[in-house]
Design a protein around this ligand. Structure first.
Ligand code: FES
Ligand code: FES
Length: 154
């Protein structure tokens, strides 16, 4: 069975009819062509698919699209202001906080959530609250620095 759902993605209202089993990640990638959010494990273990739903970080691979009626979703594509990068995107570049980049969209969206939640008191605290985002390239030190830099510049 399928259902109709209306939600806002990066400020744009969207209405679609999707199979009830469709994850938010597949809705974004396959229906809306927003391929920034990555499918790593598709099982809630890696964080590559992290987006914000009503301001909260979620693993979009574990979230059913049809449950998001009237939700506000922000993906990596929605963070920049035109050509101006979000401060955390800029910090990832400044700190060289990625190698292959596969985890990076999820890391950045998660970092935005972490900063909004105020879990940035120390490198250890950032590490703990970013621990749902795995980086197989091992860029953790620089990812933490990018989050710290963003907080310091605010
Ligand atoms: Fe969603 Fe890994 S793809 S947590
Ligand atoms: Fe390669 Fe994180 S930069 S997985």
């Amino acid at each position: 069975p399928s259902s109709r759902v209306s939600l806002t993605v990066n400020g744009t209202r969207r209405t679609v009819t999707v199979d009830n089993r469709t994850s938010l990640l597949d809705l974004l990638r396959e229906h809306f062509d927003l391929t920034g959010s990555k499918k790593g494990c598709n099982a809630g273990a890696c964080g590559a698919c992290t987006v914000l739903v009503d301001g909260q970080r979620v693993n979009s691979c574990l979230t059913l699209a049809v449950r998001l009626e009237d939700a506000e979703v922000t993906t990596i594509e929605g963070l920049a202001d035109g050509d101006r990068l979000h401060p955390l995107q800029q910090a990832f570049i400044d700190e060289d906080a990625f190698q292959c980049g596969y985890c990076t969209p999820g890391q950045i969206v998660s970092g935005v959530g972490c900063i909004q939640e105020g879990h940035t008191g120390s490198p250890e605290e950032i590490r703990e609250w970013m621990s749902g985002n795995i980086c197989r390239c091992g860029c953790y030190v620089k990812i933490v620095r990018a989050v710290e830099q963003t907080v310091a510049r605010k």
